[in-house]
Write a protein that binds this ligand. Structure first.
Ligand code: SF4
Ligand code: SF4
Length: 324
């Protein structure tokens, strides 16, 4: 399985550790030595079960497609990913046997991708069994549970349909689920959280929605380069007018004032860009009521957008310069 991605170079590993170390408040040297100690102390590579329910595999693609450093290699070289429907080479009874053995062993990291239907188990069956059952049994035996992406965190897009989809934390009882929403999951959030767990043996500090504060502690709106235009009510109306190209996207449906995530700082696609800088309004994919509660996405007509503007009118979103 690890050979799928090749061996990670020391240089790439160090580069990745540097960015994760920063959020842990450690120097790169301290962090690398902690990760090395944690991995040396483990008698074998820590096992991972990655389940996929009502999903589009977009989070798997986000994870496996990370370019520089090859984040997938960081994980695949350091962990033993035993079961992953999209990536594993095995199939059928062979893969089910690996799943059963890992489950019996316990103590694995469980990553859940996709939501879980509660209207009827038949909306999501894997190998003839309700997906919900797999989440329950894996959740009970896992050392740590990570919900990768908006669907497994809060229900996501499937929650807008008839399946009454929910996130993993509504199914798994008695232990915390670390929620890494955004649609798809950000590879840095996933790799950083796993490295944090390996290094410290515990979950990072979470907010009241189960999201790591180190990634979801700030509003998109407070780090947005279009913020001056929001404060001065210069809202983009015409995509084709070059004069308006940097103006605020609120009237195009931007939910940045209601969304906590570090997209403007961390950015996406190897730090290349993120929604708003690419000219697309933030759709609030890091929040629990994405997607239904954020619709319609591309206008300011939604109840959500109206509430944002009412808060601005009431002086509850003061101009940025007044805040410092
Ligand atoms: S509404 Fe959106 S585009 Fe406008 S400043 Fe806030 S986050 Fe940026
Ligand atoms: S900017 Fe908004 S819509 Fe885009 S990824 Fe971040 S939270 Fe999701």
């Amino acid at each position: 399985m690890n050979k799928l991605f090749g061996e990670i170079s020391r240089r790439d590993f160090m580069k990745y550790c540097a960015s994760t170390a920063a959020v842990l408040g450690l120097s790169q040297v301290e962090f690398v030595s902690k990760v090395s100690e944690a991995l040396a102390a483990a008698s074998a590579k820590p096992p991972v079960i990655w389940l996929e329910g009502q999903d589009c595999a977009g989070c798997t693609i986000s994870f496996a497609g990370a370019l520089n450093p090859p984040a997938a290699s960081v994980i695949l070289d350091k962990l033993s990913v035993r079961y992953h429907e999209t990536l594993m080479a095995g199939a059928g009874y062979l893969s089910e046997a690996v799943y059963d053995d890992t489950l019996k062993e316990g103590g694995f990291v469980l990553v859940v991708e996709g939501s879980i239907p509660t209207a009827d188990d038949r909306f999501c069956m894997v190998g003839g069994r309700p997906f919900k059952e797999m989440v329950e049994e894996c959740g009970a035996k896992a050392a740590a549970v990570i919900a990768a992406g908006a669907c497994s965190s809060f229900g996501g897009i499937p929650a807008a349909g008839p399946t009454k989809a929910v996130g993993a934390n509504k199914i798994i009882k008695g232990k915390p689920v670390i929620n890494l929403p955004t649609c798809p999951v950000h590879v840095d959030h996933l790799v950083g959280t796993i490295l944090y767990f390996l290094t410290t043996g515990k979950a990072p500090a979470l907010d009241n929605l189960g999201r790591p504060k180190m990634y979801f502690g700030q509003l998109i709106h407070d780090n947005c380069r279009r913020r001056y235009y929001f404060d001065n009510e210069m809202f983009l109306q015409d995509w084709n007018d070059p004069k308006q190209k940097d103006w605020c996207l609120y009237e195009k449906g931007c939910k940045g004032p209601d969304t906590y995530a570090d997209c403007p700082i961390r950015r996406w696609n190897d730090g290349l860009n993120f929604c708003i800088d690419a000219g697309a309004p933030c759709q609030g994919c890091a929040e629990p009521d994405f997607y239904a509660g954020m619709s319609p996405l591309y206008t300011a007509e939604s109840e959500r957008s109206q509430k944002i503007m009412a808060r601005k009118a009431a002086g509850l979103i003061p101009p940025q310069e007044e805040k410092v």
